[in-house]
Design a protein around this ligand. Structure first.
Ligand code: THU
Length: 139
């Protein structure tokens, strides 16, 4: 993807963190590891990985692990600079609907979400608004 130098710098900072996060995934049921990396307002990076359960519906995706960890560490909703999601077993990862709804709540609608699989040339840079247009939002 063609990016501004600012976006490219965010991408390059977040990709190795998301790869490292994916290596910590607990995914014995799907064998589909995913890693996420979330940049805070002050430039720190918080990782997330998918954590599965034998009661399959209890699985937590990498994106939500990163977002929930960040909130628990005291980061403020909508204060984040960018998120990157990485999944090595697909050419391009696309976040699930549940994660998109959580992103709407905790990320600014213009926040970039870099999505990357094993084929970096297929990577896509989406915003939260692009991922869930017309979302159910604060009432
Ligand atoms: N998964 C994520 O962590 N993020 C995504 O964007 C898509 C799916 C996880 C959930 C489950 O552990 C595995 O990938 C297969 O669906």
């Amino acid at each position: 993807m063609k990016r501004s130098s600012e976006s490219q710098a965010l991408y390059e900072r977040l990709l190795p963190e998301a790869i490292a996060a994916s290596e910590k995934a607990w995914c014995p049921h799907s064998e589909f590891p995913v890693g996420a990396a979330l940049m805070t307002a002050d430039g720190a990076v918080i990782q997330g990985c998918n954590v599965e359960n034998v009661s399959y519906g209890l699985t937590n995706c990498a994106e939500r692990t990163a977002l929930f960890s960040a909130i628990c560490q005291g980061e403020k909703p909508k204060s984040f600079r960018a998120m990157l999601v990485y999944a090595p077993k697909v050419a391009l990862i696309s976040p699930c609907g549940a994660c998109r709804q959580v992103m709407v709540e905790l990320l600014d609608k213009g926040c970039p979400v870099f999505c990357v699989g094993h084929d970096e040339t297929a990577a896509r840079d989406w915003t939260v608004e692009q991922l869930l247009p017309g979302a159910f939002d604060a009432f």
